[in-house]
Structure formats: structure tokens, C-alpha cells
Design a protein around this ligand. Structure first.
Ligand code: SF4
Length: 393
């Protein structure tokens, strides 16, 4: 697979009223006909996302959303889907028809972008129909026309400069924690949970991150860890699969820092401090407490599945309480968060940082603590404090 995973791409989304020319703009930016373009209002019913390289910036995920401003029931459903896109958007394009500009709809969208601290560009489509007054009122807006390739190129260049200025440095797990030349041992157990013939995405991403930052990475199974540590002259950090935390912690001397891939992913994608704080809510669980296990993608569930089997069993044993677990496996997040005493999220390797941070915000707004799988495993094994030291808190 040569392509950058979607979760690692900057998410740029096109919003605007129905028939504002969003799909045309989407196709023009992509340089191909992906979205159906029609003069019939509301042609785009579901958001469409395509990966593209916006050179020289790099990989982005471009999304065409369903139009806003349709008061029907179907329009309401579309608006809900569009709101979900907003939750993962890093940068917004607001498309408006030059010949039919709805200023109040734009202001409403602008408020929504500002509330979520999403930068945006106002793009007037069908610029050949503009009478010139819009450019006076909105001097920062970009005017484009499907008949004018130069206008699209101007928009591309504008996006490159905007994204370069605002792109979060979310793509490093280790590069800001250890200097080049450091040595890290990666512990990757090859058990019945390990996928056949490959290693999982967080491990691949971590390895690549080490290579990008000149950090030496040695990969071993848990069974070869002790011997490897004896052979290596200097080890700065051991990163393990969370499920082997307890054993690995007993093997790695206290002088060597230890953490997990899950903690690394949480640091890169979300707010590790908040997720670590959430783990302490385990102490407040009672008989009948409801816990939401949230996973950001579907995957095969095995008899040793971490979210369905291992963590529920560990938490019941640790607390001695009759706990209830619900599961939510989706790119969205449920609305009834306040029904829960605790949310435990997966590592979130398939979603971007913006989505993960929004999920943490939703939990905060609902007054529910949130933590993640790796943090819980570290906590119940009594090594959360040790596994946090590499992050400096
Ligand atoms: S369930 Fe979560 S951690 Fe596991 S693969 Fe999916 S997104 Fe990644």
C-alpha cells in the first residue's frame, strides 16, 4: 500500500447551500468526475471523501458534503451527516453561488467553523456570473469558475499556503520525545490476536516515525525481549503492545522508560492527559455502572478480543463489580453519552486527530470521563505512572 492512510491526511471539506456548486468544485479540485453534478437541488445526499495529493503541501482527504439550507426531513438528515463531517474537518471551504449568495447561511456556517476553531476559505463559484460587489464585501474570498482553470489553480495555491500555515503537527508519535540516534525496542507479540503475515497499523506507523526521525528501532516478540535488552548497549525506550504490558513491565528494568503503542497513538491523536485522567474514574465504578466501549472501525472479533473480552474481564476482576458494557463501533459517536459512567475508546488509528479530540470534547460536555484501551490496561496493571513518564507528566 503506497497511499497515506485517510486518518493521516489533513481533512479538507466543502460546505455550502444546496446547488452552490460544491460538487463541481470538488471535481475541479480533484481533477476528475467523482461527484455527480446536477442542477437539481440536493443531488449530493451522502458525503463523498477522496484522497488526493495537494502538491506541494501533501496528502489531503477532500470531502464533498450534502448541501445545507433544505428545510425538508431529508434535508435534516443531510444536515446531520454534514455536521458529522464538520467534526473531523481540519480546514473548511465554504462554497457560495456568486449569482445567489445567501449571506446569513454563510454567517451561520462561519460561526460553526469559528466555534470549532476550523479555519476556512469563502469560495464564490460561477464567478462569471458575479457583478463584482461581492469582492468588495469579501476581499479575502476566492472566485472560481469551471470554465477558468486559472481560477482553480489559484484556489489550489491558496489552499496549499493556508494548510501549510495551519496544519497541526499531529503526525509524530516519537519524533518530539526522543532525539535522533536514540534506540527504541518495539515489543510485538505474535499470538493468536496478531494478523497473519503482517503487523498492525499503529506498529507500522510507529516504525515509520522512528525512521523519519533517525531513531533506531529494534522489533522483537515478548519472548525475545529479555535477551535483546541484554544484547543492546543502550535502550532509551521500550514500546509494547498493551496486551503484553504486565509481562514486559516485569522484564524491562526501571532505568528504561516503558510505554505502549496505544499510549503513543493517544498522544498523537488525542489528549493523552485527559485520557489518563479518565482512567482514574475506574475507582468510582459501582455495581450496574454502564461503560461504553467505543471503536472507530469494524474489525473481526475473536475469542480474545481486547474490547469485547479482555478489558471487560479485567475491569470486572479489578473492581469486583457487576459492570455493564455497551459497544459502539462506528465513525460517529452516540448521543446518549450521559447514560455512561465511563467511555473507553480504542486507539483510534483509523480516525484523524480532529475526530478524536471532538470525541473527547463530547464526553467532557456530557460530563463523562473518557479513557482508552491502552491507558486502561496500563492502569489496571499498576503501570500507568511508569508508562506516562516518556510524555513528561
Ligand atoms: S478498532 Fe480502533 S484501534 Fe482498532 S483498528 Fe479500528 S480504529 Fe484502530
Amino acid at each position: 500500500m503506497k497511499e497515506t492512510p485517510i486518518a493521516f491526511r489533513t481533512h479538507v471539506s466543502i460546505f455550502g447551500n444546496t446547488n452552490a456548486g460544491k460538487s463541481t468544485l470538488f471535481n475541479l479540485l480533484l481533477g476528475q468526475d467523482m461527484a455527480i453534478v446536477s442542477d437539481v437541488k440536493g443531488t449530493t445526499t451522502d458525503p463523498i471523501t477522496k484522497a488526493m495529493e495537494l502538491l506541494p503541501y501533501g496528502p489531503i482527504a477532500l470531502t464533498d458534503t450534502a448541501g445545507l439550507g433544505d428545510a425538508t426531513a431529508i434535508g435534516g438528515k443531510r444536515a446531520e451527516k454534514t455536521q458529522k463531517v464538520l467534526n473531523k474537518t481540519d480546514y473548511a471551504i465554504y462554497a457560495a453561488d456568486s449569482s445567489d449568495f445567501d449571506e446569513s447561511a454563510y454567517q451561520e456556517a462561519k460561526n460553526a467553523f469559528d466555534k470549532k476553531k476550523i479555519r476556512h476559505t469563502l469560495v464564490f463559484t460561477k464567478s462569471d456570473l458575479s457583478d463584482g460587489s461581492l469582492s468588495l464585501k469579501h476581499p479575502d474570498a476566492i472566485f472560481v469558475s469551471s470554465n477558468d482553470e486559472a481560477s482553480i489553480e489559484k484556489l489550489r495555491k491558496h489552499l496549499v499556503s493556508e494548510l501549510t500555515a495551519v496544519a497541526p503537527d499531529e503526525n509524530t508519535m516519537i519524533g518530539d520525545l526522543l532525539p535522533a540516534g536514540s534506540t527504541v525496542v518495539l515489543v510485538i507479540p505474535i499470538d493468536s490476536e496478531a494478523p497473519k503475515g503482517r503487523i498492525i497499523l499503529p506498529q507500522v506507523q510507529f516504525l515509520r516515525d522512528c525512521l523519519d526521525h533517525g531513531i533506531k528501532a529494534v522489533c522483537v516478540r515478548d519472548t525475545e525481549l529479555e535477551e535483546t535488552l541484554k544484547e543492546l548497549r543502550k535502550v532509551d525506550l521500550v514500546v509494547t503492545d498493551s496486551q503484553a504490558f504486565k509481562f514486559v513491565s516485569s522484564v524491562v528494568p526501571d532505568s528504561i522508560k516503558l510505554t505502549s503503542f496505544s499510549m503513543m497513538m493517544a498522544k498523537m491523536k488525542g489528549d493523552l492527559k485527559k485520557l489518563a485522567r479518565g482512567a482514574y474514574a475506574i475507582e468510582t465504578l459501582k455495581d450496574g455502572s454502564k461503560i461504553l466501549m467505543a471503536e472507530a472501525c469494524t474489525h473481526n472479533v475473536s475469542h480474545e478480543d481486547i474490547g469485547r473480552v479482555k478489558i471487560p474481564a479485567l475491569l470486572r476482576k479489578y473492581t469486583g463489580k457487576q459492570l455493564e458494557f455497551d459497544y459502539y463501533v462506528h465513525h460517529d459517536f452516540p448521543k446518549n453519552l450521559s447514560d455512561y459512567s465511563l467511555v473507553i475508546h480504542c486507539g483510534g488509528c483509523m480516525i484523524n486527530s480532529r475526530s478524536m479530540l471532538n470525541r473527547i470534547d463530547f464526553c467532557e460536555e456530557a460530563g463523562v470521563p473518557i479513557t482508552n484501551y491502552g491507558v486502561v490496561l496500563a492502569y489496571v496493571n499498576g503501570i500507568l505512572d511508569r508508562s506516562k513518564t516518556i510524555f513528561g507528566f
